[in-house]
Structure formats: structure tokens, C-alpha cells
Design a protein around this ligand. Structure first.
Ligand SMILES: C[S@@+](CC[C@H](N)C(=O)[O-])C[C@H]1O[C@@H](n2cnc3c(N)ncnc32)[C@H](O)[C@@H]1O
Length: 356
């Protein structure tokens, strides 16, 4: 999934800095985990993971990819119709049957997503985030996933695996150029595709991994780790605003939505101090001062709210001689038609400090 600040392209740098300074095992904690790309990478490398993010969307990624070590079997779903592919994959045939069952659902016009985010829905703006058909499919699939959970026909891990498949599928058919803060005026080609959930397989591991959905500054008081990896937001756009539609599909909590883009209302506790010029540095200094970790690694970039000097100064209070490792990284900016343009170089940094 495309996600602002996702570190997919920087994994090799983060791995190199981590392994050369901190060793090859221990507890790796990713406190601003987003898509959980970094946490998943270090889980694959054999670390024990603690991960966290403020958003429920991110929590779903974490529960499906990090906390869950098992292939989903969906063994309690015994009454699903047979499918052609079901006996090809030993042990996961019920999983494929479950996805096929969800994918063939069509839905009606009384669901929340259809009514608020589709042009024929009951909203004065005739919002164009999703085609009518895909909006209805999202509602009926989301409701079915919840019903299976309530009827105890899926395990907790299977529930999150299905939600992750749904979120990934939604991101492939939405009429946006990058984030969900606004929809496009004209329909993008991807919106004509039919929403389709695909299987994915968790990362096997024999360790116990834990995922949280908390404010990083509160959680830091409750945890200890060997390596603390921090990738806070670096600009003033709140993630809850940029990803509001995914968050609403994930929570499916019928929020009050408003304005042309159908933003969900959010509370003070859902806002990030790291997106505020006046609060960011204070929050960061507080987080670092409370950290109980042997090593701290931070991702940040040259366009961020905090300067390189400010970050180095705060880290210097925690350990001696923090290192700054610059990485040249191409930033992608999207225009209104969704095409990539204005590629310009932004300096990405990794900061490293061994704590006293
Ligand atoms: C730069 S993104 C992280 C991207 C992630 N490393 C990845 O590869 O997908 C920053 C993340 O921090 C989360 N966040 C912002 N403020 C937070 C806070 N106070 N506590 C926990 N998470 C927070 C946002 O929801 C967002 O997912």
C-alpha cells in the first residue's frame, strides 16, 4: 500500500545501520510503525518485535503481519461454497474459499461507505472516492467480516488478516492521487476495476510479538527494548486526515463525516504532536528522555519540522556522539492526475545513538 513516509525503499539502509551497531538479535521496537514494513523486515531477520501506531489501520497491519505467526486456516468456516482452486493449496483451502465468498458479494445501497463516499450515495457532495459498485462491495464485505468474528467463526488473527486484505484491496480501487485527503475530479482508471481481496501469508516466527495502538509518548513508559526505532511524521499533515477513509472502513464505526471530502471528526487524543511545529520537539525530547533502550535509531528527513541539529542535540543528552547518516532519497510528488512528477531530492537521515 502507498503510505506517506513508508520505508520500503530504505530497508537495506536501516538494516545495515542496525546490524552493524546493535547486533543481530534482541527486542526491536518500532513505535511509529505505519504499514509495519520496517517491523516486518526485522521480524523476518529474527528479532522479537514490539510495534505501535496511533492509527487503527496501522494496528490492523501489525496484528496481521507482526503479532500473527500462523498461516490462517479458517477451519471454523465449514459451510463455505466449494471453489475451483480450493483443493490446489493444501491447508489453506478454507482461506481461499473465504476470500472467494467475500469477493462475490455485491451489497445494497444502505451501507455507510456507499452512502458517504460514492456518487450515488446519500451525500450532498456526491463524493467520488469509489465507484458505486465497489462502495457497496466494501460495505457488505466489511459487515460479513464482523459477523464472522461475532459468531466466533474466525480467530482474532484471521479477523485481522481479512481486514488487511480488505484495506489493501480498497487502496487499489480508490479515486485518489496519493492520500485520502481529497478525491479526483475525474475517475481514475483503477476505479473501474472490481474490488478483489487477495490472500497473503504472515511471516513465520517462533517468537512472541506484541502490537499496540497507543500514543508513543505514553507507551514508552511501559516498555523496554534493545533497539528503539523511531520514524515519526515529519510534516504538519495529520495521518488521521490523510487516511480518514481507510480508518473509517477499518473501524466501521459510522462516524460523523463532514465537508466536501467527508473527513471524519477526530479527537485531541487522535492528533499527533509530531505534526505540530509548536509541540514536536518537546514531544520528541520527552520520548527520548523516557526511552529504556540500548540503541536508538531514527528516520527523519531534511524537510521535517525538526532540524538535524535539534535531533542530534536531543540524542546527545541520551548517549555520547550521536551519528547522523545521510541517505539520498528520491521523493515522489503526485499531481492531480495521479502521475508522478516533480521528482526532487530530499535528504533522508538515519540517526544512531548508543544510550548511556
Ligand atoms: C512516517 S510514518 C511511519 C511509516 C512507517 N515507518 C512505514 O514504513 O510505513 C509515521 C507514523 O507515525 C504515526 N504516529 C504519529 N504520531 C504518533 C504518536 N504520537 N504515537 C504513535 N504513532 C504516531 C502515524 O500514524 C504514522 O503511521
Amino acid at each position: 500500500m502507498r503510505y506517506i513516509g513508508c520505508k520500503n525503499n530504505l530497508l537495506s539502509y536501516i538494516e545495515a545501520v542496525t546490524l552493524s551497531n546493535c547486533g543481530r538479535d534482541g527486542v526491536f521496537c518500532d513505535l511509529f510503525a505505519g504499514t509495519h514494513t520496517v517491523a516486518a523486515h526485522f521480524k523476518k531477520l529474527g528479532f522479537q518485535i514490539i510495534s505501535n501506531d496511533l492509527l487503527y489501520v496501522a494496528y490492523i497491519f501489525g496484528r496481521a503481519l507482526i503479532q500473527n505467526n500462523e498461516k490462517p486456516t479458517f477451519s471454523r468456516l465449514t459451510n463455505l461454497p466449494e471453489t475451483d482452486s480450493s483443493n490446489l493449496f493444501d491447508g489453506i483451502s478454507n482461506y481461499l474459499k473465504a476470500l472467494n465468498y467475500l469477493n462475490q458479494l455485491e451489497g445494497t445501497s444502505d451501507g455507510f461507505i456507499f452512502n458517504n463516499y460514492c456518487p450515488s450515495g446519500d451525500n450532498e457532495y456526491k463524493r467520488k472516492y469509489l465507484s458505486d459498485r465497489n462502495g457497496k462491495k466494501i460495505d457488505v464485505i466489511r459487515q460479513q467480516i464482523e459477523t464472522w468474528r461475532q459468531d466466533k467463526l474466525t480467530t482474532e488473527a484471521e479477523y485481522y488478516v481479512l481486514l488487511l486484505s480488505l484495506l489493501e484491496a480498497v487502496s487499489k480501487v480508490t479515486n485518489i492521487s496519493g492520500t485520502y485527503a481529497a478525491y479526483l475530479k475525474d475517475w481514475d482508471a483503477r476505479t473501474y476495476k472490481t474490488l478483489k481481496l487477495k490472500p497473503f501469508f504472515p511471516i513465520p516466527s517462533d517468537k512472541e510479538h506484541v502490537v499496540y495502538q497507543e500514543d508513543a509518548n505514553s507507551l514508552i513508559e511501559q516498555i523496554e527494548c534493545d533497539i528503539l526505532y523511531l520514524d515519526p511524521p515529519y510534516n504538519s499533515r495529520q495521518y488521521i486526515t490523510n487516511y480518514h477513509l481507510l480508518e473509517t472502513i477499518a473501524r466501521y464505526d459510522n462516524p460523523h463525516v463532514y465537508g466536501k471530502t467527508g473527513l471524519r471528526q477526530y479527537s485531541e487524543s487522535e492528533k499527533s504532536a509530531y505534526c505540530s511545529k509548536s509541540e514536536c520537539l518537546k514531544a520528541f525530547a520527552d520520548l527520548i528522555s523516557k526511552a529504556k533502550a540500548k540503541h536508538i535509531i531514527i528516520s527523519y528527513n531534511s524537510e521535517g519540522i525538526m532540524s538535524e541539529d535539534e535531533i542530534s542535540y536531543v540524542l546527545g543528552l541520551k548517549g555520547e556522539k550521536p551519528e547522523v547518516i545521510p541517505i539520498d532519497y528520491r521523493r515522489f510528488k503526485s499531481n492531480s492526475s495521479g502521475r508522478l512528477k516533480n521528482k526532487k531530492t530530499v535528504q533522508e537521515y538515519l540517526f544512531y545513538v548508543q544510550t548511556k
